[in-house]
Design a protein around this ligand. Structure first.
Ligand SMILES: [Zn+2]
Length: 116
């Protein structure tokens, strides 16, 4: 968080919690947390991928937080098959191609097993 460096860390378990950089600053995961903004480049890359994808899996989300909440519709407009997996119905449940209610941690392994 001090220098803005990004690097992989596959330490399991972490030696120190919270983990720290060599410079002493706290380390954070390279993800976008609630309330943070996506970069313009990441958004543009995402929109390109959404318009070209054949199948989009929407997993473990309320599907209401923008800008990502619009991703399923963008993919659908490009012709993608949309699969939603969530513990409860969301605003997109009524129009996606498949809406599977349940815990993603249980359903995803079952899906993987069925295609293997
Ligand atoms: Zn550092």
């Amino acid at each position: 968080m001090g220098e803005g460096k990004v690097f992989p860390n596959n330490e399991v378990p972490l030696k120190e919690i919270p983990p720290r950089c060599e410079c002493g600053a706290l380390l954070r995961p390279d993800v976008v947390w609630f309330g943070e903004s996506l970069s313009e480049k990441d958004l543009a890359d995402s929109h390109m991928a959404l318009r070209e994808c054949e199948c989009l899996m929407v997993v473990g989300t309320s599907a209401v937080v923008q800008p990502v909440a619009s991703f399923p519709a963008i993919a659908r407009n490009g012709g993608a098959f949309i699969v939603e997996i969530n513990v409860e119905p969301t605003p997109i449940s009524g129009w996606v191609d498949e809406s599977i209610l349940g815990k993603s941690g249980e359903i995803l392994p079952q899906l993987l097993e069925s295609v293997e």
